[in-house]
Design a protein around this ligand. Structure first.
Ligand code: ZN
Length: 139
């Protein structure tokens, strides 16, 4: 059995911020354009997507101390929070990651922004980098 390509490409870079507005302003000065904002209740986050060419940034502002991003900000301050990779089949991607011995944060996918399905791998498996799988819903 050969696996299909596991990774299609970088979906976005997730960046933890204390407050969206000044962060959006800063990245806009660099040439990024605000594409959308969204509240993700399940993860206690306000999210802004910014586009620069083919690159997408996801700014993450916690709306509650319960948010894992709040804990991240306390420990490490603002900065890169995760890399999100586009996968064709998130269930298969999670199965594969588990089979090759990577630690999963999410054993089953959760709902992400824009109707995506997402799941996180544990940073201890990948040199301290939090990796997100992202499967886009096909219309
Ligand atoms: Zn993300």
């Amino acid at each position: 059995m050969t696996a299909d390509p596991a990774i299609l490409g970088l979906a976005h870079v997730g960046i933890a911020v204390h407050s969206l507005d000044p962060a959006v302003a800063a990245w806009s000065r660099l040439g990024f354009t605000l594409e959308s904002t969204e509240i993700l209740e399940s993860m206690h986050l306000r999210i802004a997507f910014l586009r620069g060419g083919s690159s997408l940034l996801e700014l993450l502002e916690p709306t509650s101390p319960e948010s894992t991003v709040s804990r991240f900000l306390e420990r490490r301050g603002e900065g890169i929070h995760h890399l999100s990779f586009l996968v064709p089949d998130i269930d298969a991607a999670l199965r594969h990651a588990s089979e090759v011995g990577l630690d999963l944060v999410d054993k089953t996918p959760r709902s992400g922004s824009h109707g995506t399905r997402i799941a996180f791998l544990h940073p201890r498996s990948l040199g301290g980098v939090l990796v997100e799988f992202c499967e886009r819903r096909t219309p």
